[in-house]
Design a protein around this ligand. Structure first.
Ligand code: DX5
Ligand code: ZN
Length: 225
């Protein structure tokens, strides 16, 4: 069952010189979760932040620190992200041969476990780990950068995943190209957590946080019609 829709701004689109204030600003303006994109320049062609920055941000986040690991291998770093205060750690199904083990490891650290699926990865990649996950993240862009266009073929995957999940308590998170135009399509298909980077941060700053609020309300309004 999908719960109320949550908006998880991706701080990849925030001002990196001001990340603590950016987290406080989006929460004050109504963000449900804070999505942190971790990239290694190997699994994806970009480098971002690591556990040290997550730990520094933790006191600035009152809601949920949602850590999306776009790194391979991931297992050696799970403990560091758990100790940095992650509430959710998501690993990619494509990031290594032992997804089941990675998910067991995340849960054993007392953290909620997520699996992300690249656009070319089928829904059935998670068939045998459904009881080990709290979240599945459907990538609606190729991971690595903010501001890319939504890949429409993924909407059918969301629908398939919602059927596979059945009555399990598993979030379906959408990551990439979420806007007031695309959000209703994935919510109708069964998604309940919407990551949005550029659609939340564009046009605003910590000095004009009301823009973030306006942008998030536009997404919420679009999905509640
Ligand atoms: C992409 C990241 C996303 C990204 C989304 O690799 O995982 O979280 O920041 O950015 P937008 O919403 O701009 O597509
Ligand atoms: Zn992400």
């Amino acid at each position: 069952m999908a719960g109320p829709i949550k908006i998880a701004p991706s701080i990849l689109s925030a001002d990196f010189a001001n990340l603590g204030a950016e987290c406080r600003a989006i929460e004050a303006e109504g963000a449900d979760w804070v999505h942190v994109d971790v990239m290694d320049g190997h699994f994806v062609p970009n480098l971002t932040i690591g556990p040290g920055v997550c730990k520094a941000l933790r006191p600035h986040i009152k809601t949920v620190m949602d850590v999306h690991l776009m790194i391979a291998p991931a297992d050696a770093y799970l403990q560091a992200f758990a100790e940095a205060g992650a509430d959710v750690i998501t690993v990619h199904a494509e990031a290594g041969p032992h997804l089941h083990r990675s998910l067991q490891a995340i849960r054993s650290l007392g953290v909620k476990a997520g699996v992300a699926l690249n656009p070319a990865t089928p829904a059935n990649a998670i068939e045998y780990v459904l009881d080990l996950i709290d979240l599945v993240c459907v990538m609606t862009v190729n991971p690595g950068f903010g501001g890319q266009s939504f890949i429409h073929s993924q909407v059918a995957k969301v629908k398939t995943l919602r059927e596979m999940i059945g009555d399990r308590d598993v979030h379906i998170e959408i990551d990439g190209g979420v806007t007031p135009d695309t959000a209703p399509q994935v919510v109708a298909a069964g998604a309940d957590v919407l990551v949005a980077g550029s659609a939340v941060f564009n046009g605003g700053s910590v000095d004009t946080p009301e823009v973030y609020g306006h942008n998030m309300r536009a997404i919420r309004a679009a999905v509640s019609r």
